[in-house]
Design a protein around this ligand. Structure first.
Ligand code: CTP
Length: 478
C-alpha cells in the first residue's frame, strides 16, 4: 500500500482522529503508519468494517479502496454547515447547494431557532447527508459523536450567524450542538452574520465580533441594504455566492493549497456610477457616468475570487454576477454605504461623485415665481469618499482612485493622489484623442500612477482596462 492510498483510507474513515479512536492508538502511531505506507495486520479487519459501514468498497487483501475515483477523496473537502435561527436561514440551503457544485461535502447542523425557519429534512435532502440537531440524541451520538462531527470538518461555516449564536460562541458556551461544535472543533471557523442593523451595531455584538476575530474566526458580511424586518442598514446575510467563495478560500488555506488568486476571499469595495443630488422633489443634479468602468472592475475582482461590495449610483447597466450591489443615490449615501462595508482589503473608487449638493431642499417642487426670476440654488461641498476611505481608522490596505482630467493629466493626477491620500490613481482624460467623451463610451485609456511611478496604458475597452488594473492589484497582494 502506498502512502497516498493510506491517506485516502484515513480521509474515508473521517480523519486521523477517527482512525486513532478506531484502533485505540495515539497520533504518533498514525504518523508511523503513514511513513511506512502501511497499517499493522491487526488493523485490517476493523478498518475494512468501518469503511464498509461508511459506504466504501474496499479490497480486504490489498486494503485499497475499490473505486479509483473514490481513492482521490484526499482532494475532497468537507464543510460542517451550522445554520442559526433567523429569517436568512433559508439562504443556507442555497449555500449548501452551491458548495456541492464545487465538490464540497456538506453536513448540516441546525439550531433549534433555525428549525423554526427551515426543516432538517430540506437540508438533508439537499446535502444527501444526515442533518444533526440535538446534542443529547442517543441515535445521533451512536452514529457520529458530536466531538467527531466537529473534528471531521475541514471548515465549520456558520450561516446565518445570529447575534445570539455569536454571543454564545464568544463566551464559549456549549449549551447546544452548534455551540458545542464551535468549542470542540479544530477546523477553521467562518461566520456569515445576519441580524437587525441595530443589533449588529450594538456594542455588545461588536465586542463579541472582536473577541471572535481575536480567536481567528473569519467573517463574511454582513451586507448593507433592505432588511426582511423592513429596516435598512448593515445586517443582511451576504449573498450565497459571496459566502461560498469565502468558504472555498478558507478551505484552500486550511488544506495548505495556495489560494487560486491572492485576491480570493478578500473583500473589495468598488464605487461606481454617478451620484444624484436632489434639487427638489422631482429635479436633481447628476452627471453622465455610465458605471461601465466601475462595474467592469467589480466584475474583474469577483472573477478572481474577491468578495466585492459594489456601491453604485443609478445606472442603466445590471450589476455583475457574484457581487453584492448596494444601490445609492447621493454622495452622502455612498459614503455611508462604503463605511458600512468596511473592513475591506481594498477599495477602488471609480464613481463620479457630485462635488456639490443643494442645501435647503424644499418640500415638493420649486414653482416658477412668474416674475422671470430663476431660483437661486445654494450648494455645499459633498464629502470626499475616496479621501474618507484613505484616511479611515479601518483603512483598506490598498486604496485606488480615479482622476478624470481635462488637461495636464500627469501633474494634476499626482497632486490628486497626494491630496486624497490614496495609494494609486488611474488617470484619464475626459475625452479621447479624437475629442470623443470617455463618459458612456466602451473604451478608455489611462495612466496608472502608483506613488512616484506611472504607466501609460493604451486605448482599450473598459473591460480590458479593468482586467489590467485587477492584475496589477493581484500582484500587489501576491
Ligand atoms: N471622489 C470621491 N468623492 C468625491 C469626489 C471624488 O470619492 N466627493 C473620488 C472619485 O471616485 C475618484 C477621485 O475621487 O476616484 C477623483 O475624482 P475627480 O472627480 O477626478 O476629483 P475631484 O476630487 O472631484 O477633484 P476635481 O473635480 O476638483 O478635479
Amino acid at each position: 500500500m502506498k502512502n497516498r492510498e493510506l491517506s485516502a483510507i484515513i480521509t474515508a474513515l473521517g480523519g486521523r482522529q477517527a482512525l486513532q479512536d478506531l484502533l485505540g492508538v495515539g497520533p504518533s502511531a498514525i504518523s508511523n503508519y503513514l511513513a511506512r505506507g502501511a497499517l499493522p495486520q491487526r488493523a485490517h479487519a476493523p478498518v475494512c468494517e468501518a469503511l464498509r459501514a461508511r459506504g466504501w468498497q474496499i479490497d480486504p487483501g490489498s486494503l485499497v479502496l475499490a473505486d479509483p475515483e473514490e481513492t482521490d477523496i484526499t482532494a475532497r473537502r468537507r464543510v460542517l454547515l451550522v445554520v442559526g435561527g433567523g429569517i436568512a436561514a433559508y439562504k443556507a440551503l442555497e449555500v449548501a447547494r452551491r458548495l456541492q457544485d464545487h465538490d464540497v461535502t456538506v453536513t448540516g447542523v441546525m439550531t433549534r431557532g433555525a428549525r423554526e425557519f427551515v426543516t432538517p429534512l430540506s437540508l438533508s435532502a439537499l446535502t444527501a447527508n444526515k442533518t444533526f440537531t440535538d446534542l443529547f440524541s442517543l441515535t445521533d451520538e451512536a452514529e457520529m459523536g458530536h466531538i467527531r462531527l466537529a473534528r471531521e470538518a475541514d471548515l465549520v461555516l456558520v450561516a446565518p450567524a445570529t447575534a445570539n449564536l455569536m454571543a454564545r460562541a464568544a463566551n464559549g458556551l456549549a449549551d447546544d450542538l452548534a455551540t458545542t461544535i464551535l468549542l470542540a472543533t479544530d477546523a477553521p471557523v467562518l461566520m456569515a452574520p445576519a441580524m437587525n442593523p441595530a443589533m449588529w451595531a450594538h456594542p455588545a455584538t461588536q465586542d463579541n465580533l472582536n473577541r471572535l476575530r481575536g480567536r481567528d474566526v473569519q467573517f463574511v458580511g454582513p451586507a448593507a441594504g433592505d432588511m426582511a424586518c423592513g429596516e435598512e442598514g448593515t445586517g443582511r446575510l451576504s449573498e450565497p455566492d459571496a459566502i461560498v467563495s469565502a468558504a472555498l478560500h478558507h478551505l484552500d488555506l486550511a488544506a495548505g493549497r495556495p489560494a487560486s488568486s491572492p485576491l480570493a476571499g478578500r473583500h473589495a469595495i468598488v464605487t461606481s456610477g454617478p451620484t444624484v443630488e436632489p434639487i427638489d422633489a422631482v429635479r436633481f443634479i447628476a452627471n453622465r457616468s455610465s458605471g461601465k468602468q466601475g462595474h467592469a472592475i467589480a466584475a474583474a475582482l469577483a472573477s478572481r475570487g474577491a468578495r466585492v461590495t459594489l456601491v453604485s449610483g443609478p445606472v442603466a447597466i445590471p450589476a455583475p454576477q457574484d457581487v453584492e450591489l448596494v444601490p445609492v443615490e447621493t454622495a452622502r449615501d455612498m459614503l455611508s454605504a462604503c463605511e458600512a462595508a468596511l473592513p475591506a482589503d481594498l477599495a477602488v473608487c471609480a464613481a463620479a461623485v457630485a462635488d456639490w449638493r443643494v442645501t435647503g431642499i424644499p418640500e415638493g417642487k420649486i414653482k416658477k415665481t412668474g416674475d422671470g426670476q430663476p431660483p437661486i440654488l445654494s450648494l455645499a461641498e459633498n464629502p470626499d469618499i475616496l479621501r474618507h476611505l484613505a484616511t479611515h481608522a479601518s483603512r483598506p490596505r490598498l486604496v485606488v482612485g480615479f482622476a478624470a482630467e481635462a488637461a495636464d493629466l500627469q501633474e494634476t493626477a499626482m497632486a490628486k493622489l497626494a491630496r486624497k491620500g490614496c495609494d494609486w490613481i488611474v488617470a484619464n482624460m475626459i475625452s479621447d484623442a479624437d475629442g470623443k467623451p470617455v463618459f458612456g463610451s466602451d473604451d478608455n485609456s489611462a495612466t496608472l500612477i502608483t506613488g512616484n511611478e506611472s504607466e501609460m496604458w493604451p486605448q482599450m475597452s473598459k473591460v480590458a482596462l479593468a482586467d489590467r488594473l485587477v492584475t496589477r492589484i493581484e500582484a500587489q497582494f501576491a
